[in-house]
Design a protein around this ligand. Structure first.
Ligand code: C5P
Length: 211
């Protein structure tokens, strides 16, 4: 299969030296890309800014903002069979990006006006056709209900949900404890290395592809 994977955070600039971002390390998306390439799939990885080496036999496309990531996903979508959106796309970006460094004066407070970034999955949903789409849901509460809502609203074939407050799961760690939902089932996996989580997700993706 040709698989398009996104990974890492996006960075939304405020001025030339500052940005808004999140704690995503990119490890889950990079593990998916490495595992998919090792299975012989052709993999394109659209990566936000992370400190990870490029996985072997993977074409890496580097992006910074959510808008960049949307453009890169749109560009590579036409030629892929499956999309795995593992990136932690920022939800908000500053309304104004200062051209010069914002200097502090005597003020003790500052109001920052933010606007929504594009929802990549919702934007490309009309282009889905027969492609398989997999999303992630990183939650701190109501994991099951949120995952099922996102599966429906983002027109996903599978969603991989995790409680990022659980020990050993979520951001910056080598392991994850996830539940994989499709429209009819849920599969809870034990705590395991992200590479093994990636193998489970790819098993499910390949089974859907063959179905
Ligand atoms: O809505 P939420 O951000 O929790 O949804 C998570 C899923 O949606 C992930 O697969 C993420 O990559 C994707 N997403 C997106 N565009 C955004 C935000 C999230 O495609 N702006």
């Amino acid at each position: 299969m040709k698989i398009l994977i996104t990974a890492g955070p996006t960075r939304e600039p405020l001025d030339p030296v500052r940005y808004l971002s999140n704690r995503s390390s990119g490890k889950m998306g990079y593990a998916l890309a490495a595992a998919a390439a090792a299975r012989g799939h052709s993999v394109t990885l659209v990566s936000g800014p992370v400190a990870l080496p490029p996985p072997k036999d993977v074409q890496v496309v580097r992006v910074v903002t959510a808008v960049d990531m949307l453009a890169a996903v749109k560009l590579h979508l036409a030629t892929c069979d499956a999309l795995i959106m593992a990136a932690a796309v920022a939800d908000w970006r500053p309304v104004r990006v200062a051209k010069r460094k914002m200097k502090k004066g005597s003020e003790q407070r500052m109001l920052l006006e933010l606007k929504r970034t594009p929802d990549i999955l919702k934007t490309i949903a009309p282009l889905k056709g027969k492609k398989l789409f997999i999303g992630f849901a990183a939650e701190t509460h109501n994991v099951r209900a949120e995952a099922k809502r996102k599966l429906r609203e983002k027109r996903l074939d599978l969603i991989v949900a995790n409680d990022v407050t659980a020990p050993g799961a979520g951001f910056e760690v080598e392991t994850n404890r996830v539940t994989i939902f499709d429209a009819h089932s849920e599969e809870q996996l034990p705590l395991m290395p992200k590479r093994e989580v990636a193998e489970h997700i790819l098993d499910r993706l390949e089974a859907k592809c063959e179905a």
